[in-house]
Design a protein around this ligand. Structure first.
Ligand code: CMP
Length: 225
């Protein structure tokens, strides 16, 4: 059951447990299979989502068809709120990277919820500020860091969300294809592959299909700086 992780989302950060549970129960649960698109960039949107399980990628497509991933979100994280706070079309396409369950809330219900529980707004602002901070960092990395540095950073970022400590190291089941990993880093698949092969040759990581084990987090952190 993923209720607890969903209830830890900023949206539910109020003390009134009963009301929180009622709001949660009023949300529609949607199951997605890998690759399924929930909504597309440019569409009008009137709902937001909290992830119960699995991973969701948020991506944008350039006019010539290239794709860039803004973020990979996991359980307890929220998306689809921007078109409410700044009315306009969806700013990204949301699709499932793995099998996933999301909980859907109409924007109108969110507005009523915030009006009844103004404290929730502070938590939502906190989540948005954290996202802006991360986006600024990604932007600076695109300008100032080389591809291996960005790959190291992306792996560490994914490990914070999806890492699992094992005897060997921090295992990150990212579920991303090589192409998706490259889109997240903002480089070609070949360059990202080369960086990963180099990390593996140095024994900093071990690759396992759609997972990667971080064997030397300290080195990766230094490379990411
Ligand atoms: P919305 O524009 O309604 O639909 C796409 C969603 O992607 C957006 O709301 C945000 O929730 C999310 N999103 C957009 N940009 C970013 C980003 N840079 N980092 C993480 N999530 C984002």
């Amino acid at each position: 059951m993923d209720d607890d992780v969903v209830l830890s989302a900023p949206l539910f950060a109020t003390m009134e447990r009963e009301e929180t549970r009622r709001l949660f129960e009023s949300m529609t649960e949607i199951d997605l299979s890998r690759g399924e698109v929930l909504f597309r960039e440019g569409e009008p949107g009137d709902r937001l989502y909290v992830i119960g399980s699995g991973k969701i990628k948020l991506g944008r497509r350039s006019t010539d068809g290239r794709e860039n991933l803004l973020s990979i979100l996991g359980p307890g994280e929220m998306f689809g709120e921007l078109s409410l706070f700044d009315p306009g079309p969806r700013t990204a396409t949301a699709s499932a990277v793995s099998e996933a369950t999301v909980h859907e809330l109409a924007h109108q219900s969110l507005v009523s919820w915030i009006e009844a529980h103004p404290g929730v707004a502070t938590h939502l602002l906190h989540a948005l500020a954290r996202r802006l901070r991360r986006t600024n960092e990604t932007l600076a990395d695109l300008v100032f860091s080389d591809v291996p540095g960005r790959v190291a950073k992306a792996l560490l970022d994914l490990s914070n969300r999806f890492g699992e400590q094992t005897d060997e190291g921090l295992r990150v089941a990212h579920d991303l294809t090589q192409e998706e990993l490259a889109q997240l880093v903002g480089a070609s698949r070949e360059t990202v592959n080369k960086a990963l092969a180099d990390f593996a040759a140095r024994n900093w990581v071990r690759r396992e299909g759609r997972a990667i084990v971080l064997l030397d987090v300290d080195r990766l952190e230094r490379r990411a700086r």
